[in-house]
Design a protein around this ligand. Structure first.
Ligand code: M7G
Length: 329
Protein backbone atom coordinates (compact mmCIF):
# COMPACT_ATOMS: atom_id res chain seq x y z
CA UNK A 1 0.00 0.00 0.00
CA UNK A 2 2.73 2.47 1.07
CA UNK A 3 4.78 1.26 -1.86
CA UNK A 4 2.02 1.89 -4.34
CA UNK A 5 1.44 5.32 -2.81
CA UNK A 6 5.16 6.05 -3.20
CA UNK A 7 5.01 4.79 -6.78
CA UNK A 8 1.99 6.96 -7.51
CA UNK A 9 3.87 9.92 -6.06
CA UNK A 10 6.97 9.23 -8.14
CA UNK A 11 4.82 8.71 -11.24
CA UNK A 12 3.25 12.06 -10.41
CA UNK A 13 6.70 13.60 -10.21
CA UNK A 14 7.68 12.18 -13.59
CA UNK A 15 4.48 13.48 -15.06
CA UNK A 16 5.34 16.91 -13.65
CA UNK A 17 8.85 16.73 -15.04
CA UNK A 18 7.47 15.87 -18.42
CA UNK A 19 4.83 18.56 -18.43
CA UNK A 20 5.72 21.56 -16.30
CA UNK A 21 9.46 21.34 -16.51
CA UNK A 22 9.61 20.58 -20.24
CA UNK A 23 7.35 23.55 -20.76
CA UNK A 24 9.79 25.79 -18.94
CA UNK A 25 12.73 24.48 -20.97
CA UNK A 26 10.93 25.29 -24.20
CA UNK A 27 10.00 28.79 -23.03
CA UNK A 28 12.03 31.34 -24.97
CA UNK A 29 14.30 33.56 -22.92
CA UNK A 30 14.75 31.05 -20.12
CA UNK A 31 18.42 30.42 -20.89
CA UNK A 32 21.78 32.13 -20.60
CA UNK A 33 20.65 35.17 -22.55
CA UNK A 34 17.85 35.74 -20.05
CA UNK A 35 20.40 35.46 -17.26
CA UNK A 36 22.04 38.57 -18.66
CA UNK A 37 25.08 36.99 -20.30
CA UNK A 38 24.59 37.61 -24.00
CA UNK A 39 26.62 35.22 -26.07
CA UNK A 40 27.44 33.13 -22.99
CA UNK A 41 30.37 35.36 -21.84
CA UNK A 42 31.92 33.96 -18.68
CA UNK A 43 31.98 36.89 -16.26
CA UNK A 44 33.39 34.53 -13.65
CA UNK A 45 36.65 33.89 -15.49
CA UNK A 46 37.92 37.16 -13.99
CA UNK A 47 36.50 36.49 -10.51
CA UNK A 48 39.11 36.95 -7.80
CA UNK A 49 38.23 35.11 -4.62
CA UNK A 50 39.00 36.94 -1.39
CA UNK A 51 37.22 34.61 1.08
CA UNK A 52 35.18 31.45 1.40
CA UNK A 53 32.10 32.66 3.27
CA UNK A 54 30.83 29.14 3.94
CA UNK A 55 30.79 25.69 2.41
CA UNK A 56 29.10 22.39 3.08
CA UNK A 57 30.23 18.92 2.05
CA UNK A 58 26.74 17.60 2.81
CA UNK A 59 24.89 20.24 0.77
CA UNK A 60 27.65 20.29 -1.84
CA UNK A 61 27.91 24.03 -2.10
CA UNK A 62 30.42 26.80 -1.56
CA UNK A 63 29.78 30.55 -1.01
CA UNK A 64 32.60 32.82 -2.19
CA UNK A 65 33.32 36.51 -1.72
CA UNK A 66 35.53 38.27 -4.24
CA UNK A 67 35.69 40.82 -7.00
CA UNK A 68 34.48 40.97 -10.59
CA UNK A 69 36.18 43.87 -12.37
CA UNK A 70 36.78 45.69 -9.08
CA UNK A 71 33.17 45.27 -7.90
CA UNK A 72 32.36 43.22 -4.80
CA UNK A 73 30.61 39.98 -5.66
CA UNK A 74 29.21 36.89 -3.97
CA UNK A 75 29.30 33.67 -6.00
CA UNK A 76 27.42 30.54 -4.93
CA UNK A 77 28.37 27.23 -6.55
CA UNK A 78 26.09 24.30 -5.89
CA UNK A 79 25.95 20.71 -7.19
CA UNK A 80 22.40 19.77 -8.11
CA UNK A 81 20.56 16.47 -7.53
CA UNK A 82 21.02 13.66 -10.06
CA UNK A 83 17.84 13.45 -12.12
CA UNK A 84 16.29 10.08 -12.76
CA UNK A 85 15.58 10.95 -16.40
CA UNK A 86 19.30 11.41 -17.20
CA UNK A 87 20.67 8.37 -15.35
CA UNK A 88 20.65 6.13 -18.39
CA UNK A 89 22.63 8.62 -20.48
CA UNK A 90 24.93 9.30 -17.52
CA UNK A 91 25.85 5.61 -17.25
CA UNK A 92 26.16 5.10 -20.99
CA UNK A 93 28.00 8.23 -22.10
CA UNK A 94 30.52 8.77 -19.26
CA UNK A 95 34.12 7.68 -18.77
CA UNK A 96 34.66 5.44 -15.76
CA UNK A 97 38.00 5.40 -13.87
CA UNK A 98 38.56 2.67 -11.32
CA UNK A 99 39.73 3.93 -7.93
CA UNK A 100 39.89 0.69 -5.96
CA UNK A 101 38.59 -2.87 -6.04
CA UNK A 102 38.33 -5.23 -3.10
CA UNK A 103 36.34 -8.48 -3.25
CA UNK A 104 32.80 -7.51 -4.34
CA UNK A 105 33.42 -3.77 -3.67
CA UNK A 106 34.75 -1.21 -6.13
CA UNK A 107 34.73 2.58 -6.35
CA UNK A 108 35.09 4.72 -9.47
CA UNK A 109 35.35 8.28 -10.62
CA UNK A 110 32.72 8.81 -13.26
CA UNK A 111 33.43 11.63 -15.67
CA UNK A 112 30.12 12.77 -17.06
CA UNK A 113 29.57 14.53 -20.39
CA UNK A 114 29.67 18.31 -19.88
CA UNK A 115 25.92 18.86 -20.29
CA UNK A 116 25.21 16.40 -17.45
CA UNK A 117 27.80 17.95 -15.19
CA UNK A 118 26.54 21.49 -14.67
CA UNK A 119 26.93 23.44 -11.44
CA UNK A 120 24.13 25.80 -10.41
CA UNK A 121 25.76 29.21 -10.03
CA UNK A 122 24.30 32.33 -8.44
CA UNK A 123 26.06 35.68 -8.68
CA UNK A 124 25.27 38.80 -6.65
CA UNK A 125 27.17 41.75 -8.14
CA UNK A 126 27.66 44.40 -6.99
CA UNK A 127 27.20 42.82 -3.56
CA UNK A 128 26.74 45.01 -0.50
CA UNK A 129 28.35 44.32 2.86
CA UNK A 130 24.92 43.07 3.98
CA UNK A 131 24.93 40.42 1.22
CA UNK A 132 28.38 39.25 2.29
CA UNK A 133 27.14 38.91 5.88
CA UNK A 134 23.96 37.12 4.78
CA UNK A 135 25.97 34.33 3.19
CA UNK A 136 28.70 34.09 5.83
CA UNK A 137 28.51 31.12 8.18
CA UNK A 138 27.83 32.49 11.63
CA UNK A 139 26.45 31.67 15.02
CA UNK A 140 22.75 32.57 15.49
CA UNK A 141 20.86 33.90 18.49
CA UNK A 142 17.13 33.69 19.14
CA UNK A 143 15.55 37.10 19.70
CA UNK A 144 12.28 37.74 21.51
CA UNK A 145 10.52 40.73 19.95
CA UNK A 146 7.51 42.27 21.70
CA UNK A 147 5.21 44.64 19.81
CA UNK A 148 7.00 47.52 21.55
CA UNK A 149 10.44 46.15 20.55
CA UNK A 150 9.23 46.04 16.96
CA UNK A 151 8.19 49.67 17.10
CA UNK A 152 11.25 50.98 18.93
CA UNK A 153 14.08 48.68 17.72
CA UNK A 154 13.21 46.64 14.62
CA UNK A 155 11.18 49.10 12.57
CA UNK A 156 13.69 51.98 12.77
CA UNK A 157 16.45 49.51 11.87
CA UNK A 158 14.73 48.01 8.83
CA UNK A 159 13.70 51.44 7.61
CA UNK A 160 17.41 52.36 7.41
CA UNK A 161 19.12 49.06 6.67
CA UNK A 162 16.93 46.84 4.58
CA UNK A 163 18.00 45.13 1.33
CA UNK A 164 16.75 46.77 -1.84
CA UNK A 165 13.56 45.19 -3.23
CA UNK A 166 14.31 46.36 -6.77
CA UNK A 167 14.38 42.72 -7.94
CA UNK A 168 10.83 42.29 -6.56
CA UNK A 169 9.56 45.40 -8.34
CA UNK A 170 11.23 44.20 -11.56
CA UNK A 171 9.23 40.97 -11.31
CA UNK A 172 5.93 42.76 -10.62
CA UNK A 173 6.57 45.18 -13.50
CA UNK A 174 7.70 42.35 -15.87
CA UNK A 175 11.14 43.92 -16.24
CA UNK A 176 12.83 40.69 -15.17
CA UNK A 177 11.98 36.99 -14.99
CA UNK A 178 8.70 37.60 -16.88
CA UNK A 179 9.12 34.36 -18.83
CA UNK A 180 9.46 32.40 -15.56
CA UNK A 181 6.06 33.42 -14.16
CA UNK A 182 3.99 30.33 -13.39
CA UNK A 183 0.80 32.17 -12.43
CA UNK A 184 -0.40 35.73 -11.95
CA UNK A 185 -3.51 37.24 -10.44
CA UNK A 186 -3.21 40.90 -11.53
CA UNK A 187 -5.71 42.28 -8.99
CA UNK A 188 -4.01 45.23 -7.19
CA UNK A 189 -5.51 44.30 -3.78
CA UNK A 190 -5.50 40.51 -3.61
CA UNK A 191 -3.31 39.67 -6.62
CA UNK A 192 0.20 38.22 -6.76
CA UNK A 193 2.87 36.76 -9.04
CA UNK A 194 3.96 33.13 -8.52
CA UNK A 195 7.37 32.14 -9.91
CA UNK A 196 10.31 29.84 -9.19
CA UNK A 197 12.56 31.02 -6.39
CA UNK A 198 16.07 31.54 -7.72
CA UNK A 199 17.30 28.82 -5.35
CA UNK A 200 15.41 26.24 -7.46
CA UNK A 201 16.91 25.11 -10.79
CA UNK A 202 13.51 23.67 -11.86
CA UNK A 203 15.13 20.46 -13.06
CA UNK A 204 13.28 18.20 -10.61
CA UNK A 205 10.25 18.63 -8.37
CA UNK A 206 11.96 17.03 -5.33
CA UNK A 207 13.29 20.43 -4.27
CA UNK A 208 10.43 22.52 -5.69
CA UNK A 209 10.62 26.11 -4.45
CA UNK A 210 8.36 28.93 -5.64
CA UNK A 211 7.56 32.34 -4.23
CA UNK A 212 4.34 34.33 -4.44
CA UNK A 213 5.00 38.07 -4.46
CA UNK A 214 1.95 40.21 -3.68
CA UNK A 215 1.04 43.21 -5.82
CA UNK A 216 0.32 45.39 -2.77
CA UNK A 217 3.52 47.31 -2.08
CA UNK A 218 3.07 48.56 1.45
CA UNK A 219 3.11 45.30 3.43
CA UNK A 220 6.61 44.82 4.80
CA UNK A 221 6.24 41.54 6.65
CA UNK A 222 4.12 39.31 8.87
CA UNK A 223 4.17 42.13 11.49
CA UNK A 224 2.04 44.38 9.25
CA UNK A 225 -0.70 41.80 8.68
CA UNK A 226 -4.19 42.28 10.13
CA UNK A 227 -7.55 40.67 9.39
CA UNK A 228 -7.91 43.24 6.57
CA UNK A 229 -5.36 41.19 4.67
CA UNK A 230 -7.29 37.91 4.96
CA UNK A 231 -8.76 38.10 1.43
CA UNK A 232 -5.21 38.59 0.07
CA UNK A 233 -3.71 35.74 2.10
CA UNK A 234 -6.57 33.36 1.30
CA UNK A 235 -6.27 34.20 -2.39
CA UNK A 236 -2.50 33.55 -2.45
CA UNK A 237 -2.99 30.29 -0.55
CA UNK A 238 -5.79 28.94 -2.76
CA UNK A 239 -4.60 30.08 -6.18
CA UNK A 240 -0.93 29.37 -5.43
CA UNK A 241 -1.72 25.76 -4.52
CA UNK A 242 -4.01 25.37 -7.57
CA UNK A 243 -1.33 26.72 -9.93
CA UNK A 244 1.29 24.33 -8.51
CA UNK A 245 -1.10 21.40 -8.87
CA UNK A 246 -1.78 22.37 -12.48
CA UNK A 247 1.82 22.93 -13.50
CA UNK A 248 3.75 20.39 -11.42
CA UNK A 249 1.03 17.89 -10.44
CA UNK A 250 1.93 18.36 -6.78
CA UNK A 251 -1.15 18.39 -4.50
CA UNK A 252 -1.50 20.77 -1.55
CA UNK A 253 -0.72 17.93 0.92
CA UNK A 254 2.81 17.84 -0.55
CA UNK A 255 3.49 21.55 0.00
CA UNK A 256 4.88 23.61 2.85
CA UNK A 257 3.49 27.14 2.43
CA UNK A 258 4.94 29.77 4.76
CA UNK A 259 6.23 33.27 5.45
CA UNK A 260 9.57 34.15 6.98
CA UNK A 261 9.90 36.36 10.00
CA UNK A 262 12.24 38.19 9.74
CA UNK A 263 12.41 38.08 5.95
CA UNK A 264 15.46 39.34 4.08
CA UNK A 265 13.29 41.38 1.70
CA UNK A 266 10.54 43.56 3.17
CA UNK A 267 7.87 43.23 0.52
CA UNK A 268 5.31 40.59 1.43
CA UNK A 269 5.95 37.23 -0.23
CA UNK A 270 5.02 33.63 0.53
CA UNK A 271 7.29 30.58 0.15
CA UNK A 272 5.94 27.37 -1.44
CA UNK A 273 8.34 24.44 -0.97
CA UNK A 274 7.95 20.73 -1.36
CA UNK A 275 7.29 18.91 1.88
CA UNK A 276 10.25 16.63 2.53
CA UNK A 277 12.74 19.06 1.03
CA UNK A 278 14.59 20.78 3.84
CA UNK A 279 14.59 24.22 2.29
CA UNK A 280 16.93 26.73 3.95
CA UNK A 281 14.89 28.75 6.48
CA UNK A 282 11.99 26.30 6.82
CA UNK A 283 12.67 25.68 10.54
CA UNK A 284 10.16 26.63 13.26
CA UNK A 285 12.30 29.55 14.40
CA UNK A 286 11.75 31.42 11.12
CA UNK A 287 8.87 29.90 9.12
CA UNK A 288 5.19 30.67 9.86
CA UNK A 289 2.74 28.40 8.04
CA UNK A 290 0.33 30.46 5.97
CA UNK A 291 -2.56 28.27 7.18
CA UNK A 292 -1.71 29.20 10.80
CA UNK A 293 -1.28 32.88 9.92
CA UNK A 294 -4.78 32.90 8.38
CA UNK A 295 -6.33 31.19 11.40
CA UNK A 296 -4.54 33.46 13.87
CA UNK A 297 -5.87 36.55 12.07
CA UNK A 298 -9.36 35.05 11.93
CA UNK A 299 -9.25 34.55 15.70
CA UNK A 300 -7.64 37.87 16.50
CA UNK A 301 -7.50 40.63 13.86
CA UNK A 302 -4.40 42.24 15.44
CA UNK A 303 -2.58 39.01 16.29
CA UNK A 304 0.69 39.87 14.55
CA UNK A 305 0.61 43.52 15.54
CA UNK A 306 0.38 42.66 19.23
CA UNK A 307 2.06 39.37 20.03
CA UNK A 308 5.67 38.60 20.85
CA UNK A 309 7.49 37.01 17.92
CA UNK A 310 10.71 34.99 18.01
CA UNK A 311 13.34 34.78 15.31
CA UNK A 312 17.05 34.02 14.89
CA UNK A 313 19.62 36.69 14.10
CA UNK A 314 23.19 36.09 13.04
CA UNK A 315 26.08 37.21 15.23
CA UNK A 316 27.09 40.25 13.21
CA UNK A 317 23.58 41.38 12.25
CA UNK A 318 23.21 45.06 13.11
CA UNK A 319 19.69 44.38 14.40
CA UNK A 320 21.10 41.94 16.96
CA UNK A 321 23.45 44.69 18.09
CA UNK A 322 20.48 47.02 18.54
CA UNK A 323 18.61 44.42 20.62
CA UNK A 324 21.74 44.06 22.79
CA UNK A 325 22.08 47.83 23.21
CA UNK A 326 18.44 48.02 24.27
CA UNK A 327 19.27 45.26 26.80
CA UNK A 328 16.73 42.95 25.19
CA UNK A 329 19.26 40.12 24.84
P1 M7G B 1 13.12 36.04 2.36
O1 M7G B 1 12.28 35.34 3.37
O2 M7G B 1 12.92 37.52 2.22
O3 M7G B 1 14.65 35.86 2.66
O4 M7G B 1 12.84 35.32 0.98
P2 M7G B 1 15.69 34.68 2.53
O5 M7G B 1 16.42 34.94 1.22
O6 M7G B 1 16.62 34.94 3.69
O7 M7G B 1 14.96 33.40 2.59
C1 M7G B 1 13.17 35.83 -0.26
C2 M7G B 1 13.17 34.69 -1.24
O8 M7G B 1 13.35 35.22 -2.55
C3 M7G B 1 14.30 33.70 -1.01
O9 M7G B 1 13.79 32.38 -0.99
C4 M7G B 1 15.27 33.97 -2.17
O10 M7G B 1 15.96 32.80 -2.60
C5 M7G B 1 14.35 34.49 -3.23
N1 M7G B 1 15.01 35.44 -4.16
C6 M7G B 1 15.89 36.39 -3.83
N2 M7G B 1 16.25 37.09 -4.94
C7 M7G B 1 17.18 38.22 -4.95
C8 M7G B 1 15.55 36.57 -6.01
C9 M7G B 1 15.49 36.91 -7.40
O11 M7G B 1 16.14 37.82 -7.92
N3 M7G B 1 14.63 36.14 -8.13
C10 M7G B 1 13.90 35.11 -7.60
N4 M7G B 1 13.11 34.42 -8.41
N5 M7G B 1 13.95 34.79 -6.29
C11 M7G B 1 14.78 35.51 -5.49
Amino acid sequence: MAESAAKRESDGDKEALNQGIKKMKSDPGNGAEAAGEPGGTNILSAFQTSAVLSDSAREKNIFLHGKISSQDAVVILEKTPIREDVVEELLRASTLKLEMKNDIYSTYRLQAPAHLNEIKTTVVCPATEKHVKKYQRQESFLVEETAEDYRSITLPYIEKQRFSVQWVLNILEKKAEAERIVFEDPDPDVGFVLLPDFKWDQKQVDDLYLIAIVHQRDIKSLRDLTSDHLPLLQNVFRKGKDAILQRYKLPACKLRVYLHYQPSYYHLHVHFTRLGYEAPGCGVERAHLLADVIQNLQNHPEHYKTRTLYFPLRADDGLLQNFKEAQRL
